[in-house]
Design a protein around this ligand. Structure first.
Ligand SMILES: *Cc1c(COP(=O)(O)O)cnc(C)c1O
Length: 393
């Protein structure tokens, strides 16, 4: 393959060279266990402390409120399961949204099998949580509201401040899965009344398999991984020191460049959206037009099956993703696209393109040109499309 245009940065990102450079000495030279007493381990211990500060600074937290985990999925599991455990004497009701990542949704469903009740609050046609529905769902036995900061498929940024205010008013804990938003858009745990927050290294140009959980002081959840006394006895397991150094450095870089990268990516994203909507008929943009991640574009093309589109894009060297879950052995379209009210047949033809600050305008134009040709070709083979054109054309 001569050309590679990587437009799947919501799935994972490239590790920055500066991040890798920061990590490398902790595999070889400074391999000491940060929990050890001897001074050789001091370098590892200091590196973990520095990363904790780098993470805390991103969201306005205190260092002792930051815990390192094995990734975003673990943080999400921890937040829901440990809150359920610790607060079950107060109640067994949890509120989340219909468009969460599966790390939240499947955990919530697991809790339903174990005696908890979950309300899945709906979203509007742009993917924004219905605040009135959210507030109305709160009951005396509600112990947790978990709503994502930004959606991984359609890029919609949720009104965290308003959700936090509702949670606080009713004395309910508020967790947010901020894996897509952390270090990409501004978040402040105090201003937004966030009690717990999940983040992940590999979505911010850091390494895979390292995550973060913010737990506000006073929130009483206990350990989810049992064993040693690491992380103030709340997350057992020898520290992944290179990973921790990596996520810390990646977060620092992301925040330092946030304004610049946002401005650049929004320009490219909007050009992509404008060209696709103008040049490819029977197309819609999914997600909020303005409150949206700077790097996210998500479309539905009528009379198109997402998987075929991805395969043809791949042949042109373009990596994208589709909400249709055929790859996971299911024919169901994305739960997010259904939640914003799209019918099955339209939700099947979705395409998510997520940019990075390395994407160029040429990449975008090349992608749109290829996409146009691919869609024309697929539609020309579609009996449904032919039928539609005959009736409407
Ligand atoms: C990627 C992602 C996760 C999972 O994070 P991992 O580190 O891959 O386990 C959870 N939530 C959202 C919104 C994500 O985008």
């Amino acid at each position: 393959m001569s050309k590679l245009i990587y437009l799947d940065n919501a799935a994972t990102t490239q590790v920055y060279p500066e991040v890798l450079d920061a990590m490398l000495p902790y595999f070889t030279e400074h391999y000491g266990n940060p929990a050890a007493i001897y001074s050789f381990a001091g370098e590892s211990e200091r590196a973990v402390a520095k990363a904790r500060k780098q993470i805390a600074d991103v969201i306005g937290a205190k260092t002792e409120e930051i815990y390192f985990t094995g990734g975003g999925s673990e943080s999400d599991n921890w937040a829901l399961k440990a809150t359920a455990e610790a607060y079950s004497s107060k109640g067994k009701h949890i509120i989340t949204s219909a468009i969460e990542h599966h790390a939240i949704l499947h955990t919530a469903q697991w809790l339903e099998l174990h005696g908890f009740e979950v309300t899945y609050v709906g979203v509007d046609e742009n993917g924004k949580i219905k605040l009135d529905e959210l507030e109305a769902a709160i009951r005396p036995d509600t112990i947790l509201i978990s709503v994502m900061a930004a959606n991984n498929e359609i890029g919609t940024i949720e009104p965290l401040k308003e959700i936090g205010a509702i949670a606080k008013k009713h004395g309910v804990l508020f967790h947010t899965d901020a894996v897509q938003a952390f270090a990409h858009v501004p978040i402040n745990v105090d201003e937004m009344n966030i009690d717990m927050l999940s983040a992940s290294g590999h979505k911010i140009n850091g390494p895979k398999g390292i995550g973060v959980m913010y737990i506000r002081k006073g929130v009483k959840i206990r350990s989810f991984i049992h064993g040693g006394a690491q992380e103030r006895q709340r997350r057992a397991g020898t520290h992944n020191v290179p990973g921790i150094v990596g996520i810390g450095k990646a977060a620092e870089l992301a925040v330092a460049n946030m304004e610049k990268n946002t401005e650049y990516e929004v320009k490219l994203r909007d050009h992509l959206i404008e060209r696709v909507l103008a040049e490819i008929p029977y197309t819609r943009l999914n997600g909020d037009r303005t409150d949206r991640l700077p790097n996210n574009a998500n479309f539905c093309f009528r009379f198109i099956e997402g998987e075929s589109m991805l395969i043809l894009l791949d042949q042109a060297g373009i990596c994208g993703s589709s909400g249709s879950a055929c790859t996971s052995g299911s024919l169901d379209p994305s739960h997010v696209l259904l939640a914003i009210g799209l019918p099955h047949e339209i939700a099947h033809g979705s395409l998510r393109l997520t940019l990075s600050e390395k994407t160029t305008m040429e990449d975008i134009d090349y992608t749109v040109d290829k996409l146009k040709a691919i869609i024309e070709r697929l539609r020309s083979m579609s009996p449904l499309y032919e039928d539609f054109v005959r009736k409407n054309g």
